[in-house]
Design a binder for this molecule. Structure first.
Ligand SMILES: Nc1ncnc2c1ncn2[C@@H]1O[C@H](COP(=O)(O)OP(=O)(O)OP(=O)(O)O)[C@@H](O)[C@H]1O
Ligand SMILES: Nc1ncnc2c1ncn2[C@@H]1O[C@H](COP(=O)(O)OP(=O)(O)OP(=O)(O)O)[C@@H](O)[C@H]1O
Ligand SMILES: [Mg+2]
Ligand SMILES: [Mg+2]
Lengths: 224, 224
């Protein structure tokens, strides 16, 4: 589903964020990406979502080489890859409902489907009572959960989550992880960067560890 | 150092974020504020920094009632209260050095002091090599650490930290906590909202737990 072949990512020519990474994530896997702050986790995820391009090497997502993807095809890629960003990236002038609805509208879902599915998803992340709030009227963890809801409302092929529980208390985190597990069981490939060792240790999924931009560990049923 | 008397905070008239809170934090204490997402932690901290005003009740900081503080006095308050914001609030057009230097410049420190202290503080948070980066050229955890450095560079009376380790790996988190402990030992009062139970449990400091805007637990040498 995701394949990197000899990928290097340098920022501004001399900051090496990924250092000759080759790896593969197969369809339906659930993979944790762990590693110290600054080790390259977000960079890796940004390559998968084509938010950044590699300096060298190839990135394949759903069988397509992102490097040779025509620009007009990028929106189609992004409909298949749900993203939970580290800094949430909610639309500040849209309500919670409208932020999540956007994910369905952009793929042409009928209004009746949007009106039904958005409240359901928001119930699942514990925000059923806050549909008409704007992002700046939410707590940090509530904003994070809107980001999670928006990422998987349209059942993407791949869900990329960058530290989706950093602002959540342990109980709310467990709730989010159960959701991600459920969506994984329906076939969505999940790739999650996290610092939450309790979650990683309890779920015992594949763990890729990065350090200084290199993969230093790749362990099925891993621990943090 | 901080006193709340019968504080209520409502947003938009009917969202009660703090519900009749009375509490006191004495000089030199280290207090953790814990509680589920949406329980009122950030709201409490925002009242202490006068980023928000209570709907009713009084908030005293360093002996002054914030409600009757003249507007021109607010910058003086903020020089004594270092803040680590949940969403970092770095100045996007300023480098890492300039962001942290701002805290010293605004209280009139000489340039020689700025040139010496800023690199030192940034070394302490592990960012000594990134002085000339801009915030959007940093990882999430690196931005967070700049926010931490900026908050205590000028040795404030009170340090208010809103989830300062949410984006950090456990080892980097321990490093930040050791720093906060050291600054507390020099006399700075530290109030820290956190979801990191490992840190709270290991440090065994006073723990205030919020739920639905109420203080439900106040425990010296507490656990999460
Ligand atoms: N600007 C605002 N306008 C309206 N409601 C708000 C605003 N800020 C916070 N709230 C609401 O007030 C309550 C408390 O929010 P607060 O940000 O204090 O929670 P928190 O404990 O910091 O949560 P988290 O752990 O998610 O950061 C929540 O129900 C939240 O939705
Ligand atoms: N836009 C950018 N410009 C320059 N350097 C960058 C940029 N983004 C990231 N970096 C650098 O690349 C390296 C990897 O960053 P990345 O954001 O991938 O780390 P991370 O593992 O996600 O860290 P964190 O856990 O703190 O979020 C870091 O050294 C960082 O400073
Ligand atoms: Mg990151
Ligand atoms: Mg908060």
């Amino acid at each position: 589903m995701i394949k990197l072949i000899d990928v290097v990512k340098d920022y501004k020519g001399d900051i090496r964020a990924l250092d000759n990474v080759s790896l593969e994530v197969t369809k339906g896997e659930f993979v944790f990406i762990v590693g110290p702050s600054g080790s390259g986790k977000s960079t890796f995820l940004k390559l998968v979502t084509k938010e950044e391009d590699p300096t060298s090497g190839d990135v394949f997502v759903a069988g397509k080489n992102l490097g040779s993807l025509p620009r007009w095809r990028v929106p189609y890629l992004r409909r298949n890859v749900g993203c939970v960003f580290q800094d949430f990236k909610l639309l500040p002038n849209k309500t919670v409902f409208e932020n999540v609805a956007f994910g369905l509208e952009v793929i042409g879902r009928p209004r009746s489907v949007v009106q039904r599915q958005v409240p359901q998803i928001l119930e699942l992340v514990g925000l059923g009572e806050k549909l008409d709030r704007f992002p700046d009227e939410l707590s940090g963890g509530e904003q994070q959960r809107v980001s999670v809801a928006r990422a998987f409302v349209n059942r993407p092929l791949i869900l990329v989550a960058d530290e989706p529980t950093g602002n959540l208390d342990p109980a709310t985190s467990v709730g989010i992880m159960r959701l991600l597990d459920r969506i994984n069981k329906t076939g969505t490939t999940v790739v999650m960067a996290t610092h939450d060792h309790a979650i990683v240790d309890s779920m015992r999924r594949r763990v890729l560890q990065l350090e200084h931009g290199k993969v230093v560990r790749d362990q099925s049923r891993g621990i943090y």
